[in-house]
Design a protein around this ligand. Structure first.
Ligand code: FES
Length: 252
């Protein structure tokens, strides 16, 4: 009987045997993801101040129909689904927002109360999280455009040069590349579904690719946060320069 009453107590939302402040790590996730979501939504709909000189905001790349010939709304809305879908279905972010926003569960070893049978991601809408692999393919295409933008940011009207914006866009694409290449799906693509690396034709090259990607994958959470900050700050920088709030400093 004593055991069953303890079980009942542990089935109350938030009950746990943990003694640490497990809820502390939820707060930054809520604050950062909410702030980014609000800012990114505002910028996606704003439809202006996205380019200056050789700089193009990552929120608007690739830039489609900027003259509004056939699309009258913000050009960012045409491409938003790609990067948004990639981040929203990311394995790391899933863990972060399931805990912070859905409290499902709030943390490891912390009860979410009686919520009925756990179905994981086997039913709509969460089954759509399985699209992550496809969003990864899309993200690789976006990455190519963003690398092109970052290189172009070094070519001003008077030729090659380096502005603060060039470095901001370069740092951003490096972090986005690290985030994308540390993706769990990409690692699985390189090394998954194989019992023996040396038994197949491309096994050895797949093994080294898998090894490199695994090293990056260990830091996927770090790259997820750093690239979230960098993409937001890169857009903010271009917006401030483009709207005249800030003057870009030419270093070379
Ligand atoms: Fe995070 Fe793929 S798992 S981007």
């Amino acid at each position: 009987m004593a055991g069953s009453s303890a079980d009942r107590r542990l089935n109350v939302f938030g009950s746990t045997l943990r003694r640490d402040a497990w809820w502390v790590e939820l707060l930054p996730v809520i604050v950062i993801l909410s702030s980014f979501g609000i800012y990114a939504t505002f910028r996606a709909f704003e439809g202006k101040f996205y380019a200056w000189g050789p700089y193009l905001s990552p929120f608007y790349s690739p830039l489609i129909d900027p003259e509004h010939r056939w699309w009258r709304f913000s050009p960012a809305l045409l491409i938003l689904a790609g990067p948004l879908g990639f981040r929203a279905t990311c394995y790391y972010y899933r863990k972060a927002y399931y805990r912070a926003f859905f409290l499902h569960p709030p943390a490891c070893g912390v009860s979410e109360g009686g919520r009925g049978a756990y179905r994981g991601e086997t039913r709509f809408p969460f089954i759509l999280q399985n699209l992550h692999r496809w969003f990864l393919y899309l993200a690789l295409v976006f990455l190519a455009f963003l690398w092109w933008d970052a290189i172009r940011a070094f070519f001003f009207q008077d030729g090659f040069g380096i502005g603060v914006g060039s470095l901001v866009l370069l740092a951003n694409i490096v972090l986005l590349t690290l985030y994308t290449f540390s993706c769990h799906s990409l690692r699985h693509l390189a090394g998954g579904k194989l019992d023996c690396f040396s038994c197949t034709q491309f096994g050895p090259s797949r093994h080294s690719a898998w090894g490199w990607l695994s090293r990056l994958n260990e830091r996927h959470m770090l790259f997820a946060w750093m690239s979230l900050f960098s993409v937001g700050l890169a857009d903010l920088y271009v917006r401030m320069v483009s709207s005249g709030v800030l003057k870009d400093i030419r270093l070379l």
